[in-house]
Design a protein around this ligand. Structure first.
Ligand code: SF4
Length: 712
């Protein structure tokens, strides 16, 4: 029977034995794809789920695609990576990362829905996958190269003949093979999609990313460092297989509706539209490029590419925080806007080449500045550093810092194992109390959206495994705050906004706008707990398993439509509509949320086996002990709240602390609603069996880590 939307096979790469094994996807079909598929594969193939060190050879990394990759589902061309990461504190949790570009789709053209990476190679290797043919190659000569050089060398080494006249890649090894329909491997206009690591990964640093093409990175989880520990330099994939789609007519119709109804008119683009899917192509670099000569660039299937390739030859495909990680220091020294832009784009390029996650630096530089100002960091100081601190803000300093962090040199020797870990090593843990080091959750840096203000982001991160980096509700803050900051009229009033959004929060908070009230009085309420549940379950399925792009989904409210309702959960072009058209399933929007709940519970079972207990689930002390004050990026933090009279208003929620006791109570509410043991946060047998996870319950029981049932 055709499994619409699936390639049909999963590839296991045993690096220790240099062996490739195929598994049928059919047995994992109930997990959907992406993260859900990855967690199920991790559960089955990681034999020791108690490991808390990503570099343990027993660790298993899964790179997964979605049935939607390579179809016309809009902005659903991402790729999910799961496994035990490297960058959390106090332990390395089972975690996730996500990467755009072509890789997720190309896996499927090559015949696979996921790649499971196991063991450790005895020497550096790269893996060549072409239409279900797998070869392991020596990568000794590639070790030490940056992420771009590595890809270019692999393209050269591959020996895939490229027809110079047509630009097509011909996958046949001989002319005879090409002439026989039963052996013909096909041709493609795509060049091989390569995922690789740079020096930051090779040196097993917590900042090691997986890099693909010029600027696609799986950054936050430290999986580049895990690949480094496995001696895996790169995986190259190319294929010409088809992706079977169940109902192409419905798929085309829904895609047309997205373009016609939910997006701005291309002739009259509305760059300030309060919508996500409806954004027209617009560069998201925090700094505008110093040239108008560029081509928009997008992940496969995206309706609104957000990156570019420039005629200047640098800054390609890079955007958002990668182009701004060095902005604060550089703007103090740059003598012109042009110089400022050049420093930042070149600093971004340096990080991409080294394969270094810049989130740590974006936030951590404020802390390093504080240490320099206090006189404890620098040449000959208590924390010795030979970096040219007198050139802080220049490109030279940025490049030396990237090198040090990637190669475990200078302060990078300590920071490579985690910035919070370094704070303890340097005797600076008090900086987590004073707020000089704004690393809020699991040793990870603030993303700018502080838990004291944007509570669903903070709660989601601490109840999960990492900085969630999920901009679902976050667009509320960015739109309102931008309008407020630039004195532009609000395009939607607070009451209308929360009403529209809450219509889409089925099943937990449908038509309960209080779920979005982040006022001091409501931020620990059961309504907000229901919102956080919805968010955890929605993202686990729709964003991380179906692999809809975080920047484009969910589309709650949309100023392009007459009724201001966005595409999310709609019956004409909602997330589930595309899923059903591709797979032939008959999922309701809520069925997708329920599948997300199943995936989220499996993840919690893995964290529980890794040693998690509710006592560990707490923010860094500064979140409770200091006020969230005006920062470099945001002088205020506007959010819809009910005022003293019960009227919805936009209010600045900056300037408050989180209350420890009230947060503990919030956790209990959340655990109760999830059906987890309130005392430990562990899943219970009843909850797991309800989700058809009896085997998971049995494993937890055998490990003595099954949650207690609530007495009625
Ligand atoms: S919005 Fe940007 S990151 Fe998202 S799918 Fe499109 S190109 Fe990729």
């Amino acid at each position: 029977m055709t499994m619409y939307g699936y390639a049909g096979k999963i590839l296991r790469l045993d690096l220790s034995a240099q062996r490739a094994i195929e598994v049928d996807t059919a047995q994992y079909r109930s997990w959907g794809g992406g993260h859900g598929l990855g967690s199920a594969l991790f559960w089955d193939f990681c034999k020791d789920k108690t490991i808390t060190d990503g570099t343990d050879p027993a660790n298993v990394i899964v790179v997964t695609s979605s049935p939607l990759n390579g179809t016309l589902a809009p902005s659903a061309g991402r790729c999910e990576v799961v496994g035990v990461g490297l960058n959390t504190h106090p332990v390395h949790w089972y975690t996730r990362s996500n990467i755009g570009g072509r890789f997720g789709t190309m896996i499927r053209h090559a015949g696979y829905d996921a790649i499971v990476i196991e063991g450790r190679a005895s020497r550096p290797v790269w893996v060549d996958i072409r239409n279900r043919k797998v070869a392991f190659h020596d990568a000794t000569d590639l070790w030490g190269t940056d992420s771009r050089t590595a890809q270019e060398r692999i393209w050269e080494q591959m020996g895939v003949p490229r027809d110079v006249k047509t630009g097509w890649w011909n996958l046949n090894e001989t002319a005879e093979e090409a002439l026989d329909a039963t052996t013909d491997q096909g041709r493609t206009t795509q060049r091989p999609a390569i995922m690789t690591i740079g020096p930051a990964g090779e040196n097993q640093t917590c900042g090691g990313c997986l890099v693909h093409d010029a600027g696609n990175v799986a950054a936050v989880a430290g999986f580049g460092g895990v690949w480094g520990s496995k001696n895996l330099k790169a995986i190259s994939v190319i294929g010409t297989g088809e992706i079977p789609v169940a109902d192409a007519t419905s798929l085309l119709r829904a895609r047309a509706i997205i373009k016609e109804k939910y997006t701005s008119d291309i002739e009259q683009p509305d760059f300030e539209a309060w919508s996500k899917i409806g954004k027209q192509p617009k560069l998201m670099a925090m700094v505008s490029p110093p040239t108008d000569e560029y081509r928009p660039q997008a992940c496969q299937g995206c309706v609104s590419g957000c990156r570019a390739r420039y005629s200047i030859g640098y800054g390609h495909e890079t955007k958002c925080q990668v182009t701004s990680w060095y902005f604060a220091p550089s703007r103090r020294v740059a003598k012109s806007a042009k110089e400022l832009v050049e420093i930042n784009l070149r600093a971004a390029d340096a990080a991409q080449r080294y394969g270094l996650n810049t989130y740590f630096a974006l936030t951590g530089l404020h802390w390093l500045e504080h240490l320099v100002e206090e006189g404890v960091l620098g040449p000959g100081k208590a924390i010795h550093s030979d970096l040219p601190w007198d050139k802080y803000g220049t490109l030279e300093f940025a490049e030396k810092l990237v090198h040090a962090l990637s190669c475990r040199e200078d302060i990078g020797a300590d920071l490579a194992d985690g910035w919070v870990q370094a704070a303890y090593k340097w005797g600076r843990e008090d900086d987590l109390r004073t707020g000089h080091m704004t690393f809020s959750y699991w040793g990870q840096p603030e993303h700018g959206y502080d838990p004291r203000a944007e509570v669903e982001w903070g709660y989601g991160s601490i109840l999960g495994d990492r900085d969630i980096c999920e901009h679902c509700f976050n667009i509320i803050f960015t739109n309102i705050t931008a309008s407020f900051a630039f004195a532009k009229p609000m395009r939607i009033g607070a009451e209308e906004l929360v009403s529209i959004i809450s219509e889409k929060l089925s099943p937990y908070a449908k038509n309960r706008p209080e779920a979005l009230d982040y006022s001091d009085e409501n931020m620990y309420s059961e309504d907000v707990a229901q919102l956080v549940r919805w968010h955890r379950h929605y993202t686990r399925f729709y964003k991380e398993s179906a692999l809809y792009c975080d920047l484009r989904w969910p589309d709650f409210y949309n100023t392009n439509t007459p009724d201001r309702r966005g595409a999310t959960a709609s019956e004409d072009a909602g997330e589930h509509v595309f899923w059903n058209a591709v797979t032939g399933d008959e999922l309701s929007f809520e069925d997708g949320i329920e599948l997300g709940r199943r995936i989220w519970n499996l993840d919690n079972a893995i964290w529980t086996l890794q040693g998690r207990h509710r006592d560990m689930v707490k923010f860094a002390p500064f979140i409770y002990e200091t006020k969230y004050e005006k920062g470099e990026l945001f002088p205020f933090f506007m959010w819809p709240c009910r005022d003293e009279n019960g009227t919805w208003v936009y209010r600045d929620v900056m300037g408050r602390t989180m209350d420890r006791q009230k947060f503990e109570k919030f956790k209990s509410t959340f655990y109760r609603l999830e059906g987890w043991d309130v005392d430990s946060g562990w899943p219970t047998r009843t909850t797991l069996e309800d989700l058809d996870l009896a085997e998971v319950a049995a494993t937890l029981d055998a490990a003595g880590r099954l949650g207690k049932e609530r007495s009625s």
